[in-house]
Design a protein around this ligand. Structure first.
Ligand code: NAD
Length: 564
């Protein structure tokens, strides 16, 4: 049976059949020979997802001091129905990831079509040509309950399988660089034994040249720079692997301005990644309780944090949005907690803060459903059957990555409570976690399973036209700080909605003037950590009463038709 992989734009790509492999191998063999004649090293990037696609382009775009490209990159991707389209897009010079960074698309186009230093393939045989293999496949942490990270496990089948495949194909002196975020201990205690066993079967006496250097990539405005122009930490399994990984990174990223930190063992580099992301998860999580404190005591947490940030020692304090999503922060601490027992064999329970932080972050967005319910109730509208628009599906501003976004839980909880949901996101054409909720992120681990009445969400399509999305809504939830939402004029929002509505600000998007205007227009406003809205509401009410008294009439002053 013919199988297809469908790109987010809806284009169908026929998956390769058995005959296509021999032809693809010949194509690669030919191009690799040409590239070697030009003196270029062959780098295979395994997994061209959010990280691998742009890392592949950064390596392919790198040049020596005479501006000659020294690397030829083969991005390699499993030909699965879910991911095969990425190969076809890359080979046309198009990015398989959507990003706000204007460098991404031209860089991929340049490397594929002009410099001809980048190609993509589906065949593992590409590994036979590699001088360096960069591993960018996923390593998941799967949670079994909502808000309890300890009840979960590291799903590293794809990674373990990839390492086995690499060992089956590479030559003994190929450097293998694991960039995947892994449970600390993985390179030496999981990857090394897997690869060594395969090497022994192949009669190879030497040890695999394994190294680890995690990515600090931030998909968004500085996507490319966050890979190329940023500090890296690395380490190798032995001296040769360490020297090779240092040499490679010095050749492909800007280590002159952003010096490398070389650590003694891969577990140190692996732990660095987990600790830095657990730290970030923790400083976000501890503000959840202060966010509730602020809401209940007339305090605007945004202003409090801005006041604190002035102090240089506290300048990295950040307002937590509706849940801390993305692929990394919700899982990385879990990888560490899991490794302590399952890789290193300890029985005691030393981890308190890291899992608590993740659990708080994982459930923070549920509070948004309560705020929406209360705002609608204040307008005498029942939440059940209300039309609610969520602005933003992705996990952070100006990217199209929806993995573990706070918006997903808001959507699911409000749907469970009976509301009718719509979503707008300029970066997300398909929200796969929702549209294909029985398959994403996997057939057993959709967040769907923690909520009732979710089936109808499979028909949800993400609006690209904001005016259309607003039409007839009872409530609008500002969930993500996409730049499109930052300056929305309250008058326009109310006009497009067709009357007053409930406005929920999850990310400090509304300034006081806008909040005031929404109240003047008959709206109800609530926000995460924004307790001062009540004061603004009272102010508007008393101003209105004064005006009514002065005019001696009971006329509505704003002239906007009220739905209620
Ligand atoms: N996304 C981020 O912002 C970010 C930031 C820092 C670190 N990381 C880490 O980087 C790693 C990769 O993350 P990502 O966001 O790119 O994930 P991703 O899911 O977008 O990409 C992984 C890719 O690997 C492919 N793959 C899986 N098995 C394969 C195999 N056997 N052969 C070839 N390809 C295979 C998948 O099909 C997918 O395209 C993860 O460990 C992640 O934690 C991600």
């Amino acid at each position: 049976m013919e199988e297809y992989s469908i790109s987010p734009d809806g284009e169908k790509f026929l998956l390769p059949g058995p005959d296509d492999y021999a032809e693809e191998y010949r194509r690669l063999e030919h191009v690799v020979q040409e590239q070697r004649e030009m003196g270029r090293e062959i780098v295979v990037v395994m997994g061209v997802g959010f990280v691998g696609a742009v890392m592949a382009a950064v390596v392919a775009d790198s040049e020596d001091e005479n501006n000659h490209p020294m690397k030829f990159v083969i991005g390699m991707q499993r030909p699965s129905t879910r991911s095969y389209w990425k190969i076809s897009l890359l080979n046309r010079g198009l990015p398989p990831v959507q990003a706000e960074d204007p460098e991404v698309a031209p860089m991929i186009h340049r490397c594929v079509n002009e410099k001809k230093t980048l190609t993509a393939t589906f065949t593992y045989d590409a590994l036979k040509f590699a001088d360096v293999v960069v591993v960018d496949v996923q390593c998941d942490y799967l949670k079994e309950s909502l808000g309890d990270v300890k009840n979960g496990w590291t799903e590293m089948d794809a990674l373990e399988k990839s390492l086995e495949i690499i060992a089956e194909h590479i030559s003994p002196d190929t450097l293998v660089l694991i960039e995947t975020t892994v449970a600390p201990g993985t390179t030496e205690q999981v990857a090394y034994p897997i690869m060594r066993k395969v090497f022994q079967k192949r009669g190879i006496k030497s040890s695999p040249l394994l190294s680890h250097s995690f990515e600090r990539v931030m998909p968004g405005k500085n996507y490319v720079a966050s890979i190329r122009d940023f500090w890296r930490v690395c380490s190798g399994i032995n001296e040769e692997a360490t020297n090779r990984v240092v040499k490679f990174l010095e050749e492909v990223i800007n280590t002159k301005e952003y010096p490398l930190t070389v650590l003694s063992r891969p577990i140190e580099s692996e732990t660095t990644k987990i600790v830095e992301n657990s730290y970030r998860a923790t400083i976000l999580a501890f503000l959840d309780e202060w966010s509730l404190f602020a809401e209940r005591n007339g305090v605007d947490l945004i202003k409090v944090l801005n006041a604190i940030k002035v102090r240089p020692t506290h300048s990295n304090i950040i307002f937590p949005g509706p849940g801390i999503g993305g692929y990394c922060l919700p899982k990385d601490g879990g990888l560490g907690v899991w490794a302590y027992r399952h890789i290193h064999g300890f029985e005691d329970n030393i981890f308190k803060i890291t899992p608590m932080a993740i659990d708080i972050n994982d459930t923070r967005s549920l509070h948004v459903a309560q705020l929406t319910r209360d705002a609608l109730r204040n307008m005498s509208r029942p939440l059940a059957a209300a039309e609610i628009l969520i602005l933003g599906a992705s996990y952070r501003e100006d990217v199209g990555d929806t993995r573990y976004s706070g918006s997903e839980l808001i959507l699911r909880r409000l749907t469970e409570m009976g509301a009718e949901l719509r979503v707008h996101d300029p970066y997300v054409k398909h929200w796969w976690e929702i549209e294909k909720q029985d398959e994403y992120p996997s057939s057993t681990h959709s967040l769907k399973r923690f909520f009732r009445n979710q089936d109808k969400l499979s028909d949800l399509h993400v609006h690209q036209d904001l005016n259309q999305a607003l039409n007839g809504t009872d409530a609008v939830i500002f969930a993500v700080r996409h730049h499109h939402y930052l300056d929305l004029d309250p008058d326009l929002v109310v006009e497009k909605a067709g009357g007053s509505l409930a406005v929920i600000d999850c990310f400090g998007i509304l300034d006081d003037a806008k909040i005031k205007r929404y109240f003047e227009l008959g709206c109800e406003v609530k926000g995460l950590g924004r307790g001062h809205v009540k004061r603004i509401k009272d102010q508007v009410r008393s101003e209105r009463e004064e005006m009514l008294m002065a005019s001696g009439a009971g006329k509505d002053t704003d002239g906007v038709a009220k739905k209620v």
